[in-house]
Design a protein around this ligand. Structure first.
Ligand code: ADE
Length: 241
């Protein structure tokens, strides 16, 4: 069972998502346990401020270090001595999230997500506590909750047993290094568009070949970066095989 801790000023936003759908089901099936830690409860009375002006001037507030350090210490005190959980800080200047990283996270026992807001968080939190700074893409969101939930969703579904066989992650885009092939369901004819005949042939080998061809086509057209990696991995496979 993996334990996920959220250090956030917007507890309700996180709660709304983790209690629903597959993230919620993963918890009720015992694969994951979520704990939300509201940063306001770790701020100083009487104002319970979690942000302040930045030194050196400039627009935008910065999240204060004390509430985050206190919340972090509070989480750590309930873990066995010597536990050093990975601490994820979603930020647009982090390393780009990908399938390999989601897979790596899905194998951890404890994870702490720190959700930043405003202009960001005091650098000392990043220097002292954070182990992984992760971006979900080259655009800026208003806070860390949505990127945290994106990272979470991408990794929880990879924990063996979380998805049932219909939802299986085995044939996802990226598992093979290629984008996904097209999928069809009933009806066979819809508004003049027919499902490709090959899928109705019952010929498993031909269907698999057709799907792989579609994957290659799509990857070559849309993602030259992935396509180059795929070609390189095929060459290595040929040399080693
Ligand atoms: N916080 C704000 N924007 C973000 C992004 N693109 N990725 C991760 N965290 C963020």
């Amino acid at each position: 069972m993996i334990r996920i801790h959220f250090l956030t000023p917007f507890a309700k936003m996180v709660e709304a998502v983790i209690t629903e759908s597959i993230l919620g089901r993963a918890a009720s099936k015992g694969y994951v346990m979520y704990e939300i830690h509201d940063l306001f409860t770790f701020a100083d009375a009487p104002h319970y401020k979690i942000d302040d002006y930045q030194f050196g001037g400039g627009s935008g507030m910065v999240m204060k270090p004390e509430p985050i350090f206190r919340a972090y210490d509070d989480v750590l005190k309930d873990m066995p001595a010597g536990t050093c959980p990975r601490v994820i800080f979603p930020t647009p200047d982090g390393r780009l999230l990908n399938h390999a990283f989601a897979m790596e996270l899905s194998r951890e026992e404890n994870l702490i997500f720190i959700n930043g807001h405003y202009k960001g968080i005091d650098q000392r939190v990043r220097d002292e506590i954070v182990t992984d700074e992760i971006s979900i893409g080259d655009y800026v969101l208003t806070g860390g909750e949505l990127p945290t939930l994106v990272i979470l969703d991408s990794m929880i579904r990879l924990i063996p047993g979380v998805l049932n066989s219909y939802e299986s992650a085995q044939t996802d885009s990226f598992t093979s290094g290629l984008l996904d092939y097209p999928h069809y369901t009933r009806p066979e004819k819809f508004r003049g568009h027919e499902v490709p005949k090959i899928l109705m042939s019952g010929h498993h080998k031909m269907i698999a070949d057709w799907r792989l061809e579609k994957q290659k086509e799509k990857t070559r057209e849309r993602r030259s970066d992935l396509w180059k990696k795929y070609l390189a991995s095929q060459e290595i496979g040929v040399k080693n095989g």
